[in-house]
Each structure stands twice: as C-alpha cells, then as structure tokens.
Design a protein around this ligand. Structure first.
Ligand code: AP5
Ligand code: ZN
Length: 211
C-alpha cells in the first residue's frame, strides 16, 4: 500500500502514521523527521535550518530529492506512508514522476481535518521522545513516568508564533492538494478532532484496515 497523509501542523499525521505503519508493516517516510535528522547530524545547510525554524517550507527540490532516494530502498518495496509530503503542487507532480519511474502508483491520500484553533495548543504542548521518536502531548497524551524529562524534546518550530506561521503556509501552499487529489479520485477525508484513539478508529475505517 502506498499512502499519503496530509493535514495542517498538529493535525496528528505523525501520531496516526505510527499506528498505520505498524498495522500494515510499511515504513513511515516523514520529510520533517528526515530534515530534523539531517540537522542533528550537522548536514542541513544553515539556510534550510533557518527556513524550518521560521515555519517556512524548504525548497521542493530538496524534499523531492530525499523522497526520490528513500522510496527506492528495499523496505519500501511492499509500500510506504508519506507523512508531510507532498505539500505543494510541484511536489505532488514530482512525486507522480518518481513513482512512475519506479512503476508504482499512490493508492490513497488521507486528509486529517482539524480546525485552526485546536492546532496551536496541540503543537505547543507536543514533546517527542528523542530516543524512540514517540510523540506525546503534555495534556492529551502525556509521557509515562518511565520517560525521563531530559529525553523529551520540544521542537524549535513549536512556539506559538511559528505554529501560526506554519498554519498560514499550509493554507497558502498545501491546502490546494486536496482538490488536486480529489480530482484524481485518491482523496479520503476524516476529522482529526477527538481523542487519539477515536481518530485512529476513523483512520482505520477510512483505509479499510480491519485486521
Ligand atoms: P513536519 O515535521 O512535517 O511538521 P508539520 O506538517 O507542521 O506537522 P507536525 O509534525 O507539526 O504535526 P503532525 O500532524 O505530525 O501532528 P502530531 O502527530 O505530531 O514539518 C516541519 C517542517 O519541516 C516544515 O515546517 C518545513 O519547514 C519542513 N518540511 C517538512 N516537509 C516538507 C515538505 N514536504 N516541503 C517543504 N518543507 C518541508 O501531533 C501533534 C501534537 O498533538 C502531539 O503533541 C500529539 O500528541 C497531539 N495529538 C495528536 N493527535 C491528537 C488528538 N486526537 N487529540 C489531542 N492531541 C493529539
Ligand atoms: Zn509530524
């Protein structure tokens, strides 16, 4: 299965991606995670570090290059889930080219809808376990006592003003992908409001995952 998860910052893409990928046994490809890993390794050019920290998008060519390389790896043969990519129309058409080159197609694009006013609180109180990548929320999905506070990371782009900027960028650049995929008959939409488990139930139903 080849899936795309699209939705505004804080919609729950990463949280739900982990559940879907575990159920289907496919890798999660998050361009955000890949860029953050490159930054940690000191391999992300300073200009891109700044663009991310300010809540803007990095150039299409950069993320297309990452995805082009990643989807040809052996573990992506049975399928994969793209989280946070594509986010512009040129990325979407670039993805079609990359997939065509590999002789495969997208199956489903799942959009997670969450109203703007809930997104800021979700992002600002997010913490990520830097050892496992597990995503928590200080209020809605708190880390267990076994996770040391020192292992919890707060993303530099999760401060209120930057989150607001990221939401604007989503509306200006990414929201147009919904009609793009709708026209191609690939789009499914669910509400991302409710508990994590409630949203997971909608995700599994929309993707017709029963086992
Ligand atoms: P990226 O890492 O993709 O960030 P994003 O799209 O802004 O999305 P988030 O990771 O913030 O949210 P999410 O939907 O994954 O939500 P999560 O599950 O974590 O991108 C970061 C940056 O990288 C971009 O700004 C850009 O600079 C660059 N970039 C990445 N891809 C790019 C691309 N393709 N092109 C160009 N630039 C790119 O959940 C959020 C919080 O809510 C958590 O605390 C979670 O515990 C909580 N939560 C989840 N579900 C629920 C629920 N149902 N109820 C209550 N709380 C919940
Ligand atoms: Zn994410």
């Amino acid at each position: 299965t080849r899936l795309v998860l699209v939705g505004p910052p804080g919609a729950g893409k990463g949280t739900q991606a982990k559940v879907i990928c575990a159920r289907l046994g496919i890798p999660q490809i998050s361009t955000g995670d890949m860029l953050r890993a490159a930054k940690k390794a000191g391999k992300l050019p300073e200009e891109l570090v700044k663009q991310m920290a300010a809540g803007g998008l990095v150039p299409d060519s950069v993320v297309l290059g990452l995805v082009d390389q990643r989807v040809t790896e052996a573990d992506c043969k049975p399928g994969f889930l793209l989280d946070g990519f594509p986010r512009t129309t040129p990325q979407a058409t670039g993805l079609d080219d990359v997939l065509a080159k590999n002789g495969v197609k997208l199956d489903v694009v799942l959009a997670i809808d969450v109203a703007k006013d809930l997104l800021v609180e979700r992002a600002v109180l997010r913490r990520t376990d830097k050892r496992t990548g597990q995503i928590y929320h200080l209020k809605y999905n708190p880390p267990p006592a076994s996770v040391a506070e020192a292992d919890l990371e707060h993303r530099p782009d999760d401060h209120e003003d930057v989150v607001a900027k990221r939401i604007d960028v989503y509306e200006a650049m990414t929201a147009e992908l919904l009609p793009f995929y709708e026209k191609r008959g690939k789009l499914k939409r669910i509400s991302g409001v409710g508990t994590v488990d409630e949203v997971t139930q909608r995700v599994l139903a929309a993707l017709e995952i029963t086992s």
